[in-house]
Design a protein around this ligand. Structure first.
Ligand code: GLC
Length: 421
């Protein structure tokens, strides 16, 4: 059974390969996405390490001169996806979106290198200055107060589109007078599984703002309709800075190694400000109002991935797991905003369970890590390679034949992956 599931996972990855880059899934997401490509690389590395490096390299071809690595790379226009090239208004070759996504690529590059240092060294050296430029951009453009905490200018920048993390900030936002538009996502997936129309009007309000200012970092910082500190992007960037320091030592750049270690240490000091004793977790915070999001979401638990977990956080995580039947849900089942099938408001996401699970395994919580991994394996083996899953009854939700679900099966959840990690 497991051999057949492994074979199916490889088949999905190859079918989603558009030649050097992989789409997350056909039709719903027909372009190259930033962190999807990084997770795809982990999957490719289980059967084609050369192709894994290529996935990261094509992503960085789209890097902006200021260091930003965009969240979508448009190799061609495609009516299946909205907002497309025209709405983002980025006149670059290739065209891209105007925002970024959580910086997991340095950590993935380090994994690929460690798998085969001989094969990876030249490719790691070539990527190193690009990774560095991106990490420096994150600190200068998205850490508005120099606290080490990373703020996102759009929910899409966090990779967790309609998470309750953004509810308060989104509800404060004045929706712009937008030209009429047609969503494409609800043509591919049932509307009740996707963000609401109110969410989309706000998503598009921010896109219109960014396009109007040419995605200028300073204007986005001072007047973007949304600016929220995201615990997950903060923890992922912190881990990525440590991993980039390790890469810097491999390529012999001690000054950069120290620079990135200092950035990570500074961030580790800053995150205390996001801790809520009442919730037993790190919470998102609106930069404009200082208000906390007030609700526990999965991003909090990436603290383990950054080596900053605690017994209190493990307790909160355990309580969340005990309220569902499968794996770690994206939002707290005890909260009013919980919806087991609507995208980031409850479903189990493979890549988040992987990041948290890896962090748990690395920080002495082997049992909790195994619970996340075994549950994800059961969900995939029983129902297929869905984008995400209901944590209550295990049904698949979102898109099907999904690249990162296949990739993380091969890299992490599959029985065949377990000898390695
Ligand atoms: C959705 C997800 C985001 C992902 C993208 C492509 O927008 O929220 O995390 O990168 O789809 O899969």
């Amino acid at each position: 059974m497991s051999d057949a599931t492994d074979a199916r996972a490889r088949e999905i990855m190859c079918a989603n390969d558009r030649g050097g880059y992989t789409v997350p899934t056909a039709r719903l997401y027909p372009h190259q996405w930033n962190w999807d490509s990084a997770f795809a690389a982990l999957g490719f590395a289980t059967f084609d390490l050369d192709r894994a490096w290529t996935e990261l390299e094509t992503l960085f071809e789209a890097q902006w001169p200021g260091g930003m690595v965009p969240h979508i790379v448009f190799r061609r226009d495609d009516d299946d996806y909205f907002p497309g090239i025209a709405e983002w208004g980025v006149e670059r070759d290739p065209p891209t979106s105007g925002i970024s996504q959580p910086p997991v690529a340095a950590s993935v590059a380090l994994d690929l290198y460690r798998q085969d240092p001989g094969a990876g060294e030249a490719r790691l050296r070539a990527l190193f200055p690009r990774l560095l430029a991106w990490h420096r951009w994150y600190r200068s453009a998205r850490d508005p107060d120099g606290t080490g905490l990373v703020a996102v200018v759009h929910p899409w920048e966090s990779g967790r589109d309609n998470s309750p993390d953004w509810d308060r900030a989104m509800s404060r936002m004045r929706v712009a007078d937008l030209p009429a538009y047609t969503r494409r996502d609800t043509g591919h997936v049932a509307a009740e599984l996707r963000p609401t129309q109110g969410d989309y009007d706000r998503f598009m309000t921010i896109v219109a703002h960014g396009r109007a200012c040419g995605w200028d970092d300073e204007v986005m910082r001072t007047s973007c309709p949304l600016l929220v500190i995201d615990p997950a992007t903060t923890f992922i960037a912190l881990r990525a800075d440590r991993d980039l320091a390790a890469i810097a030592r491999i390529v012999g750049d001690e000054a950069v190694a120290r620079e990135r270690e200092a950035a990570a240490a500074h961030a580790a000091g800053g995150v205390r400000a996001l801790w809520s004793d009442a919730s037993g977790a790190y919470l998102a915070r609106d930069v404009r109002t200082g208000a906390s999001a007030g609700t526990v979401c999965i991003g909090a638990f990436t603290a383990f991935y950054a080596g900053l977990g605690s017994p209190a956080l493990a307790g909160t995580l355990t309580r969340m797991l005990d309220r569902v039947s499968y794996a770690l849900p994206s939002a707290d089942p005890a909260s009013e905003s919980f919806d087991p099938r609507r995208y980031w408001r409850g479903p189990v996401w493979p890549q988040m369970n992987y990041l948290v699970g890896r962090g748990l395994a690395e920080s002495g919580h082997a049992d909790l890590a195994a619970r996340l991994r075994d549950d994800l394996a059961t969900l995939i083996a029983d129902t297929g390679f869905h984008e995400c899953f209901s944590p209550l009854d295990g049904t698949g939700t979102g898109g099907g034949d999904f690249t990162w679900t296949a990739a993380l099966w091969l890299h992490w959840a599959a029985p065949s992956a377990r000898s390695g990690r």
